[in-house]
Design a protein around this ligand. Structure first.
Ligand code: IVH
Length: 696
């Protein structure tokens, strides 16, 4: 190994280089090349070397910094209080050693005071930490961690997260004993932004269908979504937030004495706090919690990679102290990545909407990270070649940060003598047409666009999907039946379906048929961007479709555009432009668009869908207005919200983010209070709007 050959000086240099590189991949590119365990190993080796040879430790060592330098695309923000990282514990033994270090730091020799130490255990959410600043109850600054000292300004993107309050209302009933019923002038919050697993799976599915690169895990997806330049895109990604720190800097306000109290105070201010935290009375209680959640964590809709343990008594934090890298009063207990061996039963080849063929491993069912795994991704032909994977092989499957399990290696020692290398098909497994590989693409494709049943079905599935035409009641089984009965060959045929045809299909009731016809009729008036997306043009995702619909007010105009006209749009590259141009020049497509038009599908923008003129600082937020305001009439307030991409609704529900109240508000205020929705008065409403405008 290199460690033995290199002297300490060279090894420190090499480790420094490697750690900097992996931090850059992880924090800036969102594309880690190694897993956490391997990273920790490098980091710990450097720590040990620096301890042994203190003269080799420099101020620039990665052990003295947190994370990577921030990416330069966003405005940089210097944190008032640095965001530190955490040291890791991988076993009960390491937890005990951590407690012993606390005893030493506090000079705690007697058993009875040691026994009094309590610990708060919180699930370690695998997302990215963010710092939020509130001035007089209004969110005015929001940044990523960056390198711990300086982060990126992602305020508008953070504002699109439904569970992050943009303005605070204090809930008196939740205030811990002895705290003033008053909002602090300045409030700093720390917490984790994450992507729920269900949103992550849906997002990757959509990206896969658009043949765009997918995210390896929910953490990367959360980070990529939070660092979008257009907050409207972030708003669509359905991110979540759990708060875990609050700093009060007003000198006249009482400080929380314990971390548990800190979490309660966060709740009183309206922040979401992960509900499974506990107060453990001893380190054994902490160990129990870690053990218990090693299994239960898989039942949650967010990914956890460990447990964060913090000393409960905040008054002791200063005495226990911090290293430059992490506090000594907290530690992260990390769960190991989960792997399992199983047998490869078969490899099947799926044919997608655009004909791309993807290999999928069919496995003997095996329990892994709380679920039974039967399928794993094999990515493409190159991967199959690299692994030299064969039917009947014993394979190692891993689910670490990723949700979709992956075959990571083949146990060649267990390979049967008669096994044969896997042969990648030369013909489409569905329609038999010879596969093609275009240019430098990795994927093989079936060129039989209109005759391959799999492609036809996938295209219709895409057309009816939520972000496209959002047609309820038409699922993949019905689509299969419609195609098999030759009732539907292309998407325009959906609009020709009659009640009689639908009810002639097995198990289709009259009510369902009526509902389907109704949602088909409704879908005829979807915005142009949805139609462009729904067509399933290669490389055109939902955001690309929006850019195209912004520039071309009707499908006709887009169809007449040259590839150069399309490349002229900011955000649309030449590959997309070429693909759009070629798509609309197919006679089959032109005939189908004519059909859609004849069947009454609106193929142009409605002026009511027009894009807002201001920065979308309220994207994803729904407002309800009630009562009479002094300085604003209702329609002016509505315009202010809509111009910033917010929505206005007439009734209060769980989906409402803010209720803006004027004089004599009526029952909507009561409903908002009952549902715990943030209530803004006129001044707070103005502050919310203006805090957005100032910084745009
Ligand atoms: S406390 C100084 N609490 O884990 C304390 N971190 O490995 C630092 N994390 O950067 C953070 N859940 O991104 C804390 N309940 C929690 C957490 C948590 C997830 C993340 C956070 C942090 C990393 C440290």
């Amino acid at each position: 190994m290199q460690t033995e050959r290199l002297g300490p000086v060279e090894r420190v240099e090499e480790l420094t280089r490697q750690i900097e590189h992996h931090r850059f991949c992880y924090y800036v590119l969102n594309k880690p090349e190694i897993d956490d365990a391997k990273f920790d190993k490098l980091f710990n080796e450097l720590l040990e070397l620096e301890e042994r040879y203190p003269e080799l430790k420099t101020a620039n060592s990665p052990t003295q910094k947190v994370g990577a330098s921030p990416s330069t695309e966003f405005k940089q923000i210097r944190h008032r209080i640095p965001l530190l990282s955490l040291a890791n514990a991988m076993s009960d033994d390491e937890l005990k050693k951590w407690e012993e270090r606390i005893w030493r730091a506090l000079d705690m020799t007697d058993e009875s005071s040691r026994k009094k130490l309590e610990y708060v255990c919180e699930l370690k959410i695998d997302g990215l930490s963010c710092a939020l600043t509130y001035k007089n109850g209004v969110l005015v600054e929001g940044a990523t961690r960056g390198n711990g000292e300086v982060g990126e300004d992602v305020l508008y993107n953070l504002k699109t997260i439904a569970s992050i309050p943009a303005a605070l209302t204090l809930d008196k009933t939740k205030l811990p004993e002895g705290f003033q019923n008053k909002l602090p002038e300045l409030l700093e919050i720390r917490g984790e932004v994450f992507m729920p697993i269900t949103s992550f799976t849906a997002l990757n599915q959509a990206l896969l269908e658009d043949e765009q690169p997918t995210f390896a895990n929910p953490r990367n997806a959360a980070s990529g979504s939070l660092r979008q330049k257009d907050p409207r895109k972030t708003a669509k990604r359905k991110l979540g937030f759990w708060a875990y720190f609050l700093y009060l800097t007003d000198p006249d306000l009482r400080q929380p004495q314990t971390h548990f109290e800190n979490l309660e105070l966060l709740k009183a201010y309206g922040f979401p706090v992960e509900p499974n935290k506990v107060l453990a009375k001893s380190i054994e209680g902490v160990e129990d919690f870690c053990q218990q959640w090693s299994h239960k964590r898989h039942d949650l809709d967010y990914q956890t990679d460990g447990v964060v343990i913090k000393m409960n008594d905040r008054r002791l934090w200063d005495s226990v102290g911090v290293t430059s890298h992490s506090p000594r009063w907290a530690i992260a207990y990390k769960y190991p990545p989960e792997e399992a061996e199983t047998t490869l039963e078969d490899v099947k080849f799926d044919v997608g909407r655009t004909g791309a063929v993807t290999p999928v491993a069919w496995l003997s069912p095996v329990k892994l990270a709380g679920t039974t795994v039967k399928r794993a991704s094999l990515h493409n032909a190159e991967q199959i070649k690299r692994l030299d994977i064969r039917i009947g092989d014993t394979v190692l499957v891993r689910k670490a940060g990723e949700i979709i399990p992956e075959v990571i290696s083949v146990n060649v020692a267990k390979r049967k003598a008669n096994s044969e290398p896997l042969i990648y098909p030369t013909n489409c497994p569905v329609c038999g047409t010879q596969l093609e590989r275009v240019g430098s693409e990795v994927a093989f494709r079936c060129p039989n666009q209109y005759g391959c049943q799999s492609q036809v079905e996938r295209r219709i599935e895409h057309w009816v999907s939520r972000d496209a035409m959002d047609i309820d009641g038409v699922g993949s089984i019905l689509i299969q039946q419609l195609v098999a009965h030759q009732l539907v060959k292309q998407v325009s045929d959906l609009y020709k379906l009659t009640f009689e045809q639908l009810t002639s299909i097995e198990r289709m009731g009259k009510k369902s048929a009526d509902n389907i016809l109704e949602s088909l009729a409704k879908s005829k008036h979807r915005p142009l961007a949805n139609i462009i997306y729904a067509l399933g043009i290669r490389h055109v995702g939902a955001s690309g479709a929006e850019l195209l619909a912004d520039r071309f007010p009707s499908l006709d105009e887009l169809m007449r555009a040259s590839a150069e006209d399309i490349t002229g749009i900011e955000g649309i590259g030449p590959a997309i432009a070429q693909s759009v141009f070629e798509y609309f020049h197919q006679p089959e497509v032109q005939a189908m668009v004519d059909e859609l038009r004849k069947l009454g599908v609106r193929l142009q923008n409605d002026p009511a869908d027009a894009a807002p003129k201001l920065s979308p600082t309220l994207a994803g937020k729904t407002f309800v207005l009630t009562g009479t305001m002094e300085s604003l009439d209702r329609s002016a307030a509505e315009k202010m919200i809509k111009a910033r991409s917010g929505k206005v609704s007439s009734s209060v529900s769980k989906k409402t983010d803010y209720v803006v109240v004027g004089a004599s508000p009526g029952s909507k205020l009561a409903k908002a209070q009952e549902l715990g929705i943030t209530v803004l008065d006129e001044a707070q409403f103005r502050a919310l709007i203006e805090s957005g405008d100032e910084q745009s």
